[in-house]
Design a protein around this ligand. Structure first.
Ligand code: ZN
Length: 67
């Protein structure tokens, strides 16, 4: 999975959404931003310490830094 930097990241849950998204796929928030850096792909949230730390329950790509 590759994530282009023009993708939009949700400020609420940090999910990386498609560049043309208007709302977050995970939480339906419309608070999306292009101002983010770095991401981690979480395939199995239930087995991932990072997912637990980030309170992620759905598989996907999540930004590490969101401004
Ligand atoms: Zn979200």
């Amino acid at each position: 999975m590759t994530v282009a930097s023009n993708r939009l990241v949700c400020r609420e849950c940090h999910l990386v959404n498609e560049a043309d998204s208007e709302t977050c796929d995970a939480c339906a928030s419309s608070s999306l931003t292009e101002d983010w850096a770095g991401y981690v792909v979480i395939a199995h949230p239930e087995e991932s310490e990072i997912a637990t730390e980030m309170q992620v329950t759905e598989p996907g790509a999540y930004a590490l830094k969101v401004r």
